[in-house]
Design a protein around this ligand. Structure first.
Ligand code: PEP
Length: 262
């Protein structure tokens, strides 16, 4: 039997959305929380277009230690403020087992990033909560390794696991990662868990985010995780893969057309 994961969302009728249910759920927001103004502007814009879950990193797994690593707890506070202002649920990354209780206080969904897919202590710790967990695919992980990582969370008693395709590492350099759309129908065949799609990390290129979003919907994704920034060229992180507010506005009717057509 397929699993659906309930996420409490104040701004929708009934007060919850179900990932793995009938509707494709939109999660959108900045890669990283940079300031109150940046977060609130983005949250207001994506909410207006229909996103119900706000993404935003407070603890960032930066490839370089000299890159922006997030605002930490202050970033979480800003996310919680945006939640109460716009009624959206919040998804944010947790990187360390000891941070899990703190992140749980502010977030509705815990994100485990690609670099931590096999951080077993972290998986155990989020498994001891009842929060929905988005488990990103490790950039070089096999499907079996990914599903076994999910088992770490499930086996601790947390049944609210959502898998996320975010691209894999290949020889290709024109894209940041190679978005593996086939993961979506394949996971649906071999697992009961919901699967969502992150075309921002999956491509690293804003010009490819809309086509990969539509392809993900056609392939059966349960939700999308998309990076949006009011001024991507000035973003402290991942501006190249962030949609502008206008681009996000243009994406939503296209998504609804594809979702309605299938
Ligand atoms: C992110 O979504 O902010 C992120 C860092 O993703 P990933 O772990 O897929 O690189």
């Amino acid at each position: 039997e397929n699993t659906t994961v309930e996420v409490p969302v104040a701004c929708v009728d009934g007060g919850s959305v179900f990932i793995g249910g009938d509707a494709v759920v939109m999660m959108a927001g900045p890669c990283t929380v940079e300031s109150e103004k940046q977060l609130m502007t983005t949250a207001e814009a994506v909410r207006k277009e229909g996103a119900v879950i706000l993404r935003g990193g407070a603890f960032k797994p930066s490839t370089s230690p000299y890159g922006f690593r997030g605002l930490g707890e202050e970033g979480l506070r800003l996310l919680a403020k945006a939640r109460s202002e716009f009624g959206m649920a919040v998804i944010t990354e947790v990187m360390t087992p000891s941070d899990v209780p703190m992140v749980c206080e502010y977030a509705d969904i815990l994100q485990i990033g690609t670099r931590n897919m096999q951080n077993y202590m972290l998986l155990d710790e989020v498994g001891r909560t009842q929060k929905p967990v988005v488990l990103k695919r490790g950039m070089s992980a096999t499907f079996e390794e990914w599903l076994l990582a999910a088992e770490y969370v499930l086996s601790q008693g947390n049944r609210n696991v959502i898998l996320c395709e975010r691209g894999i590492r290949t020889f290709e350099k024109m894209t940041r990662n190679t978005m593996d759309i086939s993961a979506i129908p394949l996971i649906k065949q071999i697992s009961h868990l919901p699967i969502i799609s992150d075309p921002s990390q999956g491509t690293g290129r804003r010009d490819l985010v809309t086509p990969m979003t539509l392809a993900s919907v056609a392939a059966g994704t349960d939700a999308l995780l998309i990076e949006v920034h009011p001024n991507p060229d000035e973003a402290l992180k991942d501006g190249a893969q962030s949609l502008t507010l206008d681009q996000f506005q243009q994406l939503m009717p296209q998504l609804q057309a594809v979702a309605g057509a299938i």
